[in-house]
Every structure is written in structure tokens, then in C-alpha cells.
Design a protein around this ligand. Structure first.
Ligand SMILES: NC(=O)c1ccc[n+]([C@@H]2O[C@H](COP(=O)([O-])OP(=O)(O)OC[C@H]3O[C@@H](n4cnc5c(N)ncnc54)[C@H](OP(=O)(O)O)[C@@H]3O)[C@@H](O)[C@H]2O)c1
Length: 198
């Protein structure tokens, strides 16, 4: 099967870096994006240390990374997604965009209105892309521990495009998670609420 290229936006921090590390073992070319190039290089070098065969490039331009990719993963804070979406809207046309952000915090509540979710808002900002929610319900610490212990963590998947959801299920599985089909993109409301952050 042809190798798919996946851009990870927000690869310098916890979740993006963990997903990159896990996917580097699959048949993927990974394009890592983050503003801090030194930190990004550190993430890539760390991955190559444990997996020298990893096909990884660090990209300093968000638009270039998204343009080159078949699939885009958004691992940025919910509040940064609008800015990211405006930049990648054209180059993300017809592509799968995986939404990880959780907009709900214990201290200030949700940054999106009731009756919607960060994933649905992203879909509105990227009307010609196929947004799928996943990788958002596990804590980074739990993820790292599960990986170290060789255990699988559940990853719920929600999306409206059937083919896109199946492709994401394969990615989730190749990243070492147990994929659970959760339904339409609107299910993201529950999935995002299930994981409160401080
Ligand atoms: N940490 C967890 O346990 C956890 C669990 C589940 C879901 N999540 C969700 O996953 C997302 C990432 O969380 P995190 O804790 O890994 O990291 P984070 O501290 O939220 O940072 C995420 C990344 O976003 C990038 N970023 C920030 N603003 C940006 C912008 N305007 N344009 C492009 N990139 C931008 C940052 O890169 P630069 O600094 O290089 O700009 C950084 O690499 C969040 O939405 C969070 O809700 C986190």
C-alpha cells in the first residue's frame, strides 16, 4: 500500500510528539510542524534514536506541511485552531483533518458554546475537509505509561465521512491504540467533555 504522508501540527508538545512517536513505527511519512524549530528537531531526533527507520521531516511552514500531507493532525490548543484553519483552509481541501483539542477546562469551562464542539467548529472553518475527532480522551501521562507497559488505550473516533473514519481507524490502530467507533462528528461534544483539563 502506498505510504501516506501525515502532517502533525503542534508536534513540539506532549500529545503531538507522542502521536508522532507512535506513528513513526507505521508505514507513514511524518511531517512535524511547530514554531520552535530547535524543540521540533529534538522531538524528531528522539524518535529516530529509538526508531532509526522513521521517515520524519521537520517543516517550518504550516501551509507547506499541510499542502504536502495526505492527512493533517491538529494537536494545537483549541483556541489556536481558528488561526491554524484560516492558514490551511485551501491546502486542506478534500483531506482528512484529525482534531485532538479539548476546549473544556476545569477552571474556565468550555471555550466553545453549548451544542457544539471544537471538532464541529473546525469542520465549519474547513468546509471542504473531512474532520474526524480522535486521540483526545487519554491523558498524556496515561498514554506514555500505557506505551511503556505495552498496553492499548482506547481512542474514540467520531466523524461524518465514512471513508475518512475508516482511514482514521487504521491510523489509530497503527498508533497502538484500540479504536472505538463513536458515531457522527457531533459525538465530539461528549468526547471533549469526557476529558477535562486543568
Ligand atoms: N496533554 C494532554 O494530556 C492532552 C490530552 C488530550 C488532548 N489534549 C489536547 O491536545 C492539544 C495539545 O495539547 P498538548 O498538551 O500536547 O500541547 P499544548 O501545550 O497545548 O501545545 C500544543 C502545540 O500547539 C502549537 N501551537 C500553539 N499555538 C499555535 C498556533 N497558533 N499555530 C500553530 N501551532 C500552535 C505549539 O507549538 P509552538 O509552541 O511551536 O507554536 C505546541 O506544539 C490540546 O488541544 C489539548 O486540549 C491534550
Amino acid at each position: 500500500m502506498a505510504k501516506k504522508t501525515i502532517a502533525i501540527i503542534g508536534a513540539t508538545e506532549t500529545i503531538g510528539a507522542i502521536i508522532a512517536k507512535n506513528l513513526s513505527r507505521g508505514n507513514y511519512r511524518l511531517l512535524l510542524f511547530g514554531h520552535d524549530q530547535a524543540q521540533l528537531q529534538g522531538v524528531a531526533e528522539g524518535i529516530k534514536e529509538v526508531n532509526p527507520a522513521a521517515d520524519i521531516d521537520c517543516i517550518s511552514c504550516l501551509v507547506d506541511a499541510s499542502w504536502e500531507a495526505d492527512i493533517i493532525i491538529s494537536a494545537v490548543p483549541a483556541g489556536a485552531e481558528e488561526q491554524v484553519a484560516k492558514k490551511i483552509r485551501e491546502v486542506a481541501t478534500q483531506k482528512i483533518v484529525i482534531s485532538i483539542p479539548n476546549p473544556v477546562t476545569i477552571s474556565s469551562g468550555s471555550s466553545v458554546s453549548r451544542g457544539t464542539s471544537a471538532a464541529e467548529e473546525l469542520q465549519k472553518l474547513l468546509p471542504n475537509s473531512k474532520v474526524v475527532k480522535t486521540f483526545n480522551t487519554a491523558d498524556a501521562v496515561d498514554l506514555a505509561r500505557a506505551i511503556a507497559d505495552g498496553k492499548q488505550i482506547d481512542s474514540f473516533i467520531a466523524g461524518n465521512d465514512e471513508e475518512a473514519v475508516l482511514t482514521v481507524r487504521e491510523i489509530v490502530s497503527n498508533a497502538g491504540f484500540h479504536p472505538i467507533m463513536a458515531g457522527e462528528l457531533a459525538t465530539s461534544r461528549a468526547l471533549e467533555n469526557a476529558r477535562l483539563v486543568k
